[in-house]
Design a protein around this ligand. Structure first.
Ligand code: HEC
Ligand code: HEC
Length: 219
């Protein structure tokens, strides 16, 4: 981990703790959060329209409804590690549905996050569109969609922050993130080099999210 990302993680952690402490005070009556919709709390880190500008905070705008619901349950049940556990513990089942519906309905912003160097783009494009059967790597597009739009239960990658995606792929590779069902992502990523992961993260972050307009799958 680079010093910058370490410092970032520490700052995020402290912010999360402060929010939990603040919500404790709110319970004691010193700060009233009455009238605040649950998604407004998310906006502190993910922006109210779900198009977070800070790279450590994933974008939620237009993200698959089923995927959002699953991640929030996973954080709450501590099947997925991270800062979000403390936030998810404060959500009821009904609030999980409400925030997932809210962020699924937001429109992803047009911002293009990263553009890989030409050689890296070719490496990433090949893996994304064709995979590498010799190493047992399926084409990412077969699940995540031709434009990185995702589908029910499978996350949208288009326009997501490259640094966030790279961390997730490395976490799958190192067994830090283990909430991918039967290990679908862990087995795919285990065959990939860290350089390929870096190239891929920058590649799908550069997809124009407007091409793969939000999938409005919420019930
Ligand atoms: C203190 C900042 C903070 C707040 C407040 C916050 N989040 Fe997060 N969220 C994060 C960070 C950082 C991550 C990246 C994963 C991690 O480290 O836990 C994340 C990850 C997520 C993810 C996983 C996204 C993905 O692509 O897998 C979802 C879903 C999510 N947050 C939803 C929410 C919702 C809904 C709320 C409000 C109820 C919320 N977050 C409030 C910081 C925050
Ligand atoms: C067989 C279907 C399938 C294929 C093929 C696949 N994925 Fe995934 N991917 C998933 C599922 C399902 C998840 C969500 C896991 C969970 O529930 O947490 C996921 C999650 C991810 C995430 C985390 C996103 C986030 O917001 O946190 C990244 C990044 C990712 N995949 C990249 C890739 C790449 C790169 C490839 C190709 C090398 C690929 N995937 C191939 C099914 C697939």
């Amino acid at each position: 981990m680079t010093p910058v990302s370490l410092i970032f993680r520490i700052v995020v952690r402290i912010t999360g703790i402060m929010l939990v402490v603040a919500s404790g005070y709110a319970g004691a009556g010193s700060i009233s959060t009455a009238g605040q919709a649950p998604h407004e709390r998310c906006g502190y880190c993910h922006e109210l329209d779900g198009n977070s500008r800070m790279e450590g905070f994933p974008r939620l705008a237009g993200q698959s409804f089923d995927y959002l619901v699953k991640q929030l349950h996973d954080f709450r049940a501590r099947r997925r590690a991270g800062t979000m556990q403390a936030t998810a513990e404060l959500l009821s089942d009904a609030e999980i549905i409400a925030v997932a519906r809210y962020f699924n309905a937001q429109t992803p912003s047009a911002t293009v996050n990263a553009s890989p160097a030409t050689h890296d783009r070719q490496t990433a494009e090949h893996l994304y569109r064709r995979g590498d059967s010799a190493r047992g790597i399926p084409a990412c597009s077969s699940c995540h969609g031709a434009n990185g739009e995702g589908r029910s239960g499978i996350p949208r990658l288009a326009g997501q922050h490259a640094a966030y995606l790279e961390t997730q792929l490395l976490d799958f590779k190192r067994g830090v993130r283990v909430n991918d069902g039967e290990g679908v992502m862990r087995s795919i990523v285990s065959a990939m080099t860290e350089h390929e992961i870096h190239a891929l993260a920058r590649y799908f972050a550069s997809f124009d999210s407007r091409v793969s307009a939000s999938l409005k799958l919420a019930p």
